[in-house]
Design a protein around this ligand. Sequence first.
Ligand SMILES: Nc1ncnc2c1ncn2[C@@H]1O[C@H](COP(=O)(O)OP(=O)(O)OP(=O)(O)O)[C@@H](O)[C@H]1O
Ligand SMILES: [Mg+2]
Length: 375
Amino acid sequence: MEAVGTLAGGVAHDFNNHLTVILSFAEFARTSLACDDPAREDLDEVILGARRSSRLVHQLLAFSRRQLVEPVDVDVNETVESVRKMLGRLIGEHIRLETRLQPQLPHAFIDPGQLEQVLMNLAVNARDAMPEGGSLTVATSLEILDDSPARSLVPPHIRVRVSDTGHGMDAETQRRAFDPFFTTKAVDRGTGLGLAILHGIVSQAGGSVSVESEVGVGTTFTLCLPLAQGEAVAACRPEPATRRARRCDERVLVVEDDGPIREVVRRALTDLGYRVQVASSPGEALLLVERAQAPFDLLLTDVVMPLLSGVELAARVVHAHPRLRVLFMTGYNDDTLAVQTLPRAGQILRKPFTPESLGRRVRAVLDQPLETTPA
Ligand SMILES: Nc1ncnc2c1ncn2[C@@H]1O[C@H](COP(=O)(O)OP(=O)(O)OP(=O)(O)O)[C@@H](O)[C@H]1O
Ligand SMILES: [Mg+2]
């Protein structure tokens, strides 16, 4: 299993690089087409296919390290779509399954395998509550509380609501539903662990869960999941213009040893109005920093590179330029650890990314006040 894990990790890294290139060029091509160009739909299929492949990589990694909880940036809509078929089979044909997914949902931060497990536990409970049939609805949305006092207490989050039209719960059952081994089912039907496990998963991810139910009417479980790093800022200002450079002289230094990725990043950020310089190695980057006429605002660097890692590079450059912001790009899952050892912890952008998600993250990192970066 360990060998498979190591192999999967290595393959995932290269694979995520390739997928970033595919996704990005497909998106470049798509935006250059007229709205009614039929090739747009073809490109949408390319993008969908690449996203599916990226999910496959995640699943492979999850399988080989099943025991570890690895929260990552997760597109909750994609997770719902990917388990939809399985949920349908679980609940049976007498129950209608409906999904209401808010488009362009920012990513959440949770272990994707665990999120799937949460959805399955809820679906099985809903099925048991609707022996005669009914409907099960899974809805996703971005929640932003607008009145300012509440906003500081409840930051923006992803909300997932799972509702059924089953027999519901009385007040006592609702109160105890999340207790371990609490069940109202026959001995061979339930152990009372489904909701306890769900509660554990969601709390561990930094989220919360609540339930509303009425006897004879139905039940709704509401999950609140934390946003992925960097999404919090971007999510509050969704209009695409804010991905752009604020001034025409915001300078970004891109360090990446993979040629096609370097080109994708250079092009995407140049299109957004940033002044971009690229380096293919940490050594070249250090030279560029030394010779730069004006200081860079952002260092955007790969983590794993020959000779000097992105983390070491960042440590050196930040030492000389304390106002520089840092964003790491990585195709590995375990780079998180190395990045956390940096004096001023950098933020991580996971591959594969698209020009869109890259632009949002870069803007979010640049907009963050320096003082709030964890010391
Ligand atoms: N959608 C629902 N509608 C009505 N009652 C529910 C629903 N979900 C949970 N419950 C109630 O909460 C109890 C606890 O649920 P939980 O999933 O923790 O355990 P279980 O389903 O009984 O057993 P297990 O999940 O371990 O197989 C259930 O026995 C049931 O009474
Ligand atoms: Mg259950």
